[in-house]
Design a protein around this ligand. Structure first.
Ligand code: NOJ
Length: 536
């Protein structure tokens, strides 16, 4: 499939480095650990690209999303030589490597910010967003931090506030200063020169704010919500503190930087925008991001008509030639199997790997891990520790269970306690426990990935929804004369989708391992939560 770049035809697998494989026995995953598992990822599971959450030097106030040096590896995770080896070993197995790039904010320990806060006249002062207080001493405007409270932190020494859209230890960079852009672009080149295939851009839409820093207006009462509740943050319409249209210029320039490299270097943006047309603007004229991540399905109630509506809508608003994607899990959301339900996690696997576009699998979702329960004294997530009512992200970040041993194969035997506890429920769902079980979710993922690899209809084909009975979502994927029907039962009872298709098809796979052979298309009856893939 030479006309399609790897990031369109491949499947991405997200690794949270702290939690994937600990090679040293300190209870924290590391890059050497990832190298140990590359054979599993490329050979056994069968994914095509890895996205590594941040591994840079960091005080770890937000577990690496507070970067103190964009061009190095935190000693916890290894060093640059280990990173280079990881890229080399991944490439040897035809696995691409995507790194997390965090442009909106640095750590407050980054040398740029340390210099910036020394005085109002520091050459780095304007690299961050500093403002005088309002006349009564309060913050310069009403902006709120995602992680609670005002987005402004008072700096006694220099008598000004600085902006932080997340933690106070994560000051926002001032992207309106051209020196910031060139320094940050330099950090992208640093990794591209080392052979990295792509970047995932953290909160990409945040980098440009209203130049006048106007107050956000209050939010109208939210009826049906598109995303999880964010507490006080939900009380405003965030029209001025992020997503300023100038952001598109930044991404056009970033895209031309990427395009100057050989080998289809790729950029995907983490963009929490739920108006799909607005989201699609981040493709530009195919001259901005290769894809903005589409989170619209993440928090949908598990109802067929909602999923169909959102997929149809995204397909409809995509600019010509733009490549879609759908995200069902990541390191910020409760585990898919807890959000949608455990039987639903099987149906979701079929959905994720058969929709048009690039799937991203969050590590452990292929095992059906549920959100782990973390005892109060082991809680780590700074967001949940700061803001009441926010569900901790720890539950989806626990160590990968590789086997049923006491350390679950995450750490060598006899290691220190892992940074987050391993749930006994997870140990029972380990890779080793599932690999030889034909009915396991892991085997279903393997089969889906293997079929997808061979199926041009799934990798490249068109998408067309097929009308079906309530509670079911059916679509055709076709490429030249290859046609595949996907039929998903979103309910817990038998359902006939009653699609208006005649003839018979061959079952490729189903969430029900017992289903095989030839099936009538119109008259097929789906079992509870069944996801079925049929070749026409
Ligand atoms: C989004 C990341 O996915 C999340 O983990 C992080 O806390 C925030 N951005 C801040 O960088």
């Amino acid at each position: 499939m030479p006309d399609h770049p790897w990031w369109q035809t491949g499947v991405i697998y997200q690794i949270y480095p702290r939690s994937f494989q600990d090679s040293t026995g300190n209870g924290i995953g590391d890059l050497a650990g990832v190298i140990q598992r590359l054979d599993h990822l490329s050979g056994t599971l069968g994914v095509d690209a890895l996205w590594l959450s941040p591994f840079y030097p960091s005080p770890m106030k937000d577990f690496g999303y507070d970067v103190a040096d964009y061009c190095d590896v935190d000693p916890l995770f290894g060093d640059l030589a280990t990173f280079d080896l990881l890229v080399e070993e991944a490439h040897r197995r035809a696995l691409r490597v995507i790194i997390d790039w965090v442009p909106n904010h640095t750590s407050d320990q980054h040398p740029w910010f340390r210099a910036s806060r020394t005085s109002r006249t520091s050459p780095k002062r304007d690299w961050y967003i500093w403002r005088d207080p309002a006349p009564d001493g309060s913050p310069p405007n009403n902006w709120l931090a995602v992680f609670g409270g005002s987005a402004w932190e008072w700096d006694e020494a220099t008598g000004q506030y600085y902006l932080h859209s997340f933690l106070p230890e994560q000051p926002d960079l001032n992207w309106r200063n051209p020196q910031v852009e060139s320094a940050m672009f330099e950090t992208v080149r640093f990794w591209l020169d080392r052979g990295v295939d792509g970047i995932r851009i953290d909160v990409a839409h945040h980098v440009m704010k209203d130049p006048e820093l106007r107050d956000n207006p209050p939010a109208p009462h939210i009826g049906e919500r598109a995303f999880k509740p964010l507490g006080e943050y939900d009380l405003q319409r965030h029209i001025h503190d992020k997503g300023h249209p100038d952001v598109h210029e930044v991404f056009r320039r970033l895209r031309s930087l990427l395009d100057r490299y050989e080998g289809d270097r790729f950029a995907v943006g983490e963009i929490h925008i739920f108006d799909l047309e607005e989201l699609a603007a981040y493709y530009g004229d195919l001259d901005e991001l290769h894809m903005p991540y589409n989170f619209s399905l993440l928090w949908q109630p598990w109802e067929a008509h909602r999923f169909r509506r959102l997929v149809d809508r995204f397909e409809a608003v995509l600019p010509p030639g733009a490549w879609p994607n759908y995200v069902l899990g990541n390191h910020d959301e409760p585990r898919l199997a807890s959000r949608f339900g455990e039987p639903q996690a099987r149906t979701a696997a079929v959905l994720l790997l058969t929709l048009r576009g690039t799937p991203t699998i969050y590590y452990g979702d292929e095992l059906g891990l549920t959100n782990a329960v973390i005892p109060p004294d082991r809680q780590q997530d700074p967001w949940a520790l700061r803001v009441e009512g926010i569900e901790s992200r720890d539950g989806c970040r626990t160590p990968m269970p590789w086997d049923t041993s006491p350390t679950a194969g995450f750490s060598p035997p006899g290691s220190a306690d892992p940074w987050l506890p391993i749930s006994p429920v997870h140990r029972a769902r380990s890779v080793a426990a599932q690999l030889d079980d034909p009915g396991s979710l892991l085997v279903l993922y393997r089969r889906l990935l293997a079929y997808r690899r061979d199926s041009e209809a799934l990798r490249l084909g068109d998408y067309r929804a097929v009308d079906s009975t309530p509670g079911t979502f059916c679509y055709l994927r076709s490429h030249h004369d290859e046609r595949v029907l996907v039929a998903l039962n979103f309910t817990g009872v038998d359902r006939s989708p009653a699609v208006d298709l005649t003839g018979r098809g061959t079952v490729v796979l189903s969430t029900d391992p017992g289903r095989q052979g030839v099936t009538p298309l119109g008259g097929v009856v789906l079992g509870p939560h069944e996801g079925l893939v049929v070749e026409l």
